[in-house]
Write a protein that binds this ligand. Structure first.
Ligand code: MG
Length: 456
């Protein structure tokens, strides 16, 4: 059984993720945690089903003997900060960027970092057996903990270059998207000395102003707010505020890949390693090359990136920055976890010297293409993957095979991989030259479609 996908447990609340499921996951996790923790922190984002699922999870934890610290509505990074500070593992009820009807569960260890894949596998195995309930007089105590977000903000203020940001005299337009970041980011940026204007900044599980995913199509209001308020930067979070996406001072959407490249360029030095997923932008390739740093790729998803950071750090690598172009950036010296407010503050540090549009200007000129080819049968899928493999073998470019096939040319790359969630092969390409990107994708696409037809 694969319960934990690349982003934890996720599904439509009360259909795919029922209270009984939340309880069962909490019981299995609690039994695993019990070896070295007698308490577990439980937080949730602003979703309508958050309180009832957090209640079910808390009951599950108490029933296997774990004390429960109920943190209430917190961003995932606020829960992780609490876990690290208190040395307790954590359970977060959130569906991150998914639509309002979804919910999910993420787990982290007592270091505030996502659990390892090995620990998640052990928890999955426990789910196959009946939970080991404790006697009635050994159940865990459930206690409410107040002030968690205030402590999180105070720690954030210490972690960033406060004087530099305050000195820049920034006006920040903020769109927490009705998510948990509404409780922390507006006040945090005010405390940083910024003038703050907001949109969608009331916590609301119906997400009336926009959907939780911080993509350009959902963020037109933020672009307008940047222009109307003459702001220096726009910042948007997803539902649990572990991601940050930006607008420049003209109200133009900044591609997540461009922001990641700008943040990485400021961090990377010779001999450093930067970790990203296999669809990493050419922008990041170029930034790493220019810095004399090494880009290492993982399968897509933050769990894989965090696993790789742990592994390479243990091997002695220096990894100042990692992440994906979806706004999920990791600064391992701060915490090996994504944090939307911290990422946004680090971006604001870059604005002390030049406007946002100039910070990202060097990373503007790239073109991405993306296609999906559907399949109906396993035989088709196999033939399509064989065709990709043959194309990779014949290409005059080194191939990364960590998640599908990524062919790295000097000026461009093309990637083909089977989707983890849908019956499609995804083809991506990127180059500074639009025709070059389209041509690379089309040539691979043609071979994949030929292979599909050959077994139809
Ligand atoms: Mg998230």
């Amino acid at each position: 059984m694969e319960v934990f996908g690349s982003s934890g447990v996720r599904g439509i609340a009360l259909e795919e993720l029922r209270p009984a499921d939340a309880m069962a996951v909490a019981q299995a996790a609690g039994a695993e945690f019990a070896a070295d923790a007698d308490r577990v922190a439980v937080g949730r984002d602003t979703r309508e089903t958050g309180e009832l699922l957090a209640g079910a999870a808390s009951s599950g934890l108490a029933s296997v003997g774990c004390g429960v610290d109920r943190l209430g509505v917190v961003p995932t990074p606020s829960l992780q900060a609490y876990c690290e500070r208190e040395g307790v593992p954590g359970l977060m009820v959130t569906a991150s960027h998914n639509p309002p009807e979804y919910n999910g569960i993420k787990l982290c260890g007592s270091d505030g970092v996502e659990l390892t894949l090995e620990t998640l596998e052990r928890i999955e195995q426990r789910l196959d057996a009946d939970p080991e309930l404790v006697p009635w007089d050994e159940t865990g105590e459930v206690a409410r903990v107040d002030g968690v977000n205030r402590r999180y903000r105070a720690e954030l203020l210490e972690a960033v270059d406060r004087e530099r940001i305050a000195g820049a005299g920034l006006t920040v337009a903020l769109d927490p998207g009705h998510g948990a970041g509404a409780l922390t980011s507006p006040e945090f940026f005010r405390q940083l000395g910024c003038r703050v204007v907001t949109v969608n900044a009331q916590p609301d599980g119906h997400f009336p102003g926009r959907r939780p995913e911080p993509v350009a199509a959902n963020l037109a209001d933020l672009g307008r707010l940047v222009r109307a308020a003459d702001a220096d930067v726009g910042i948007a979070h997803d539902g649990d505020a572990d991601r940050a996406i930006f607008f420049d001072e003209r109200g133009e959407f900044v591609e997540g890949d461009a922001a990641l490249a700008a943040l990485a360029a400021a961090e990377l030095g010779t001999g450093d390693v930067v970790v990203s997923a296999v669809n990493a932008s050419q922008r990041l390739v170029d930034v790493a090359d220019a810095a004399g740093a090494e880009l290492r790729l993982t399968p897509i998803g933050s769990t894989h990136i965090i696993t790789a950071i742990r592994k390479f750090t243990a091997e002695g690598a220096s990894i100042p920055v990692a992440g994906e172009g979806n706004g999920g950036v990791i600064f391992p010296e701060y915490r090996t976890a994504r944090d939307g407010a911290y990422t946004a503050a680090r971006f604001c540090e870059l604005l002390a010297d030049q406007p946002a549009s100039e910070v990202v200007a060097a990373y503007d000129g790239y073109h991405n293409v993306r296609h999906n080819v559907g399949y109906e049968t396993d035989a088709q899928r196999e033939a399509m993957i064989d065709a990709i493999e043959a194309a990779a073998a014949a290409a005059e470019a080194p191939a990364d095979t960590i998640d599908g096939y990524r062919l790295n040319y000097d000026d461009a790359w093309v990637l083909a991989r089977p989707s983890g969630t849908e019956p499609v092969i995804r083809v991506y390409a990127e180059a500074a030259d639009a025709d070059r990107a389209a041509d690379l994708a089309d040539r691979l696409l043609e071979r994949i479609e030929d292979a599909k037809r050959s077994v139809a």
